[in-house]
Ligand binder design. Structure first.
Ligand code: SAM
Length: 329
């Protein structure tokens, strides 16, 4: 962990930041939890009678209205409005990472693919931020798919469908049909420590290397699903450069028709490891456990929308019992 920290903050005068980073991982400070509001204004008013908002933070004027930061220590998960689907609990780091989507200029009722979707936080965020005409939330692990479907239904996410496909199969089935593709990739999860969650081996080079390889494969397949002129969000909840900036760099080399796009409101969190726009939130920033976020755009113009293959529409998330049958190998 120390070796990674020293790599991240190498350079003159960075020792204090190395120590602050390690301190936040080993003795995590309390963070303000967040909820994405999916219910009515009346329900929100009732909710705010029980839960106090977090004190305002001048660095967050971009926070969308549907994202509410609550006072540290708030535990809204047990509130009846949660089971009623009035909100989705999401840690602030995830909201921060997903907020890059706010910079994507998408057509009305865009087609959105959330490739690594369970338990559903980014899908709910995308639904509120982008108002998709078609949202495909994909999850490869069966048990997690069930949770994802439950959350999409509970939060009444409109126009949502699910699949359980390997990204390469999805790429073959869908082609470049999506205005926005979200890759919130499986990763070594180093930031979990800053949530007080044990994660042995998260900093081990073999874990980082294995994750980087998998992430590169997923992002390569994801890029094939982006329509000309469309957007792709790559995010993780880990700190290793190899799983973040280097994965993006590899895709930019392989796909010169993609470029990383500046997200103005994330400017204060620009990564010091690359000269393209890519953003890092650290636990010692005091806002959340940590994340990486990078928004990419494919060049070109969106042509006329073609019909989606019927197989993609097989599993509406709001349908009673439908669920993808064929297991992922
Ligand atoms: N986006 C989710 C959210 O906001 O709630 C969290 C996603 S989590 C960081 C990463 C997900 O990727 C997990 O649900 C995991 O099962 C899935 N995953 C694991 N291996 C994968 C693979 N090879 N291809 C695609 N997804 C994978």
């Amino acid at each position: 962990m120390r070796r990674e920290a020293e790599r991240l903050f190498s350079g003159d005068g960075e020792k204090p930041e190395t120590e602050r980073f390690l301190g936040a991982l080993l003795d995590p400070p309390p963070f303000a939890p967040c909820v994405l509001w999916t219910g009515s204004e009346e329900e929100k008013a009732a909710f705010l009678e029980t839960f106090s908002p977090a004190p305002g933070d001048a660095s967050l004027p971009w926070l969308p209205e549907f994202a509410l930061r609550l006072a540290p220590g708030s535990e809204p998960g047990g509130d009846p409005l949660h089971s009623a689907g009035a909100f989705y609990s999401l840690d602030f780091s995830s909201v921060w990472a997903a907020s890059a989507l706010l910079a994507a200029t998408v057509p009305a009722r865009p087609r959105v693919l959330d490739l690594c979707a369970a338990p559903g936080g980014k899908s709910v965020f995308a639904s509120l931020a982008l108002r998709p005409g078609f949202l495909l939330s994909n999850e490869v692990i069966g048990k997690r798919l069930a949770i994802l479907r439950h959350n999409l239904r509970r939060c009444r996410v409109a126009n949502a469908f699910t699949q359980r496909l390997d990204p390469r199969d999805l790429q073959t089935l869908a082609g470049d049909q999506f205005d926005t593709v979200i890759v919130d990739a499986p990763c070594s999860g180093q930031s979990l420590l800053a949530k007080g969650i044990e994660n042995p081996g998260a900093f081990h080079p073999s874990s980082v290397k294995g994750n980087a390889k998998r992430q590169t494969g997923i992002l390569t397949a994801a890029a094939e699903c982006v329509a000309p002129g469309g957007w792709m969000l790559y995010s993780t909840c880990t700190f290793a450069e190899r799983e973040n900036e280097r994965v993006v760099s590899r895709i930019l080399e392989r796909r010169p028709d993609f470029s990383a796009v500046a997200v103005n409101h994330l400017g204060p969190w620009q990564s010091r490891h690359v000269d393209f726009p890519a953003y890092r939130l650290y636990p010692h920033d005091g806002l959340g456990a940590g994340a990486f976020s990078c928004l990419l755009r494919r060049e070109g113009e969106r042509g006329t929308e073609t019909e989606l293959p019927p197989d993609l529409l097989a599993y509406p998330a709001s349908g009673a019992d439908s669920s993808p049958a064929d297991p992922v190998q």
